[in-house]
Design a protein. Structure first.
Length: 172
């Protein structure tokens, strides 16, 4: 069975934000098709777009999966729904947000799925935790490492260390 390393972005700004991120990872790892390998520190981040809302808690997880990209997207959307996420408006508040940042080195451009995530190179709340886990990971489209991409947005505010990475054993 094919196994692929994926990087996921997680974020929440409603309810118990830290617990929401950790609970989503526990649900992911309990599916039997995914194994959480590493989780970044958690960061408190300023909202983008719609600013009249609470700050987010964000992190990045490295995971090995046997799911196809489309099947993984479906699972992430099911978890969001199960955890109570409802569609509001672009950049609106959310109980949980789960994004596929990278799926191996694949480049996918479909109507409902774009990998690598199309905005990850612009967002400190993605690049900072991702650089913790995989600073030398090469973006397959931009041909730059995560640490190079991070240098390109230095000075962007609104990302503060909130807490150390969770114990990885909680996902096994």
């Amino acid at each position: 069975m094919r196994q692929e390393v994926v990087y996921l972005g997680l974020g929440a700004n409603l309810g118990d934000k830290v617990d929401n991120c950790l609970r989503a990872l526990k649900i992911l790892s309990s599916s039997g098709q995914n194994q959480i390998q590493a989780v970044s520190s958690l960061y408190k981040t300023e909202p983008i777009g719609y600013r009249e809302q609470d700050w987010f808690i964000n992190c990045v997880a490295e995971m090995v999966t046997s799911l196809s990209p489309c099947s993984l997207l479906q699972l992430l959307q099911e978890i969001e729904k199960q955890m109570g996420r409802t569609k509001t408006f672009q950049w609106g508040p959310r109980v949980i947000d789960l994004d596929i940042l990278f799926y191996g080195t694949e480049v996918i451009e479909e109507a409902d799925l774009i990998i690598p995530h199309p905005h990850l190179h612009e967002r400190g709340f993605v690049l900072i935790p991702l650089a913790e886990l995989a600073p030398d990971l090469l973006h397959p489209v931009l041909k730059k490492s995560i640490k190079e991409l991070l240098k390109g947005i230095e000075g962007e505010g609104g990302v503060e260390l909130y807490t150390a990475p969770p114990d990885i054993e909680m996902f096994h």
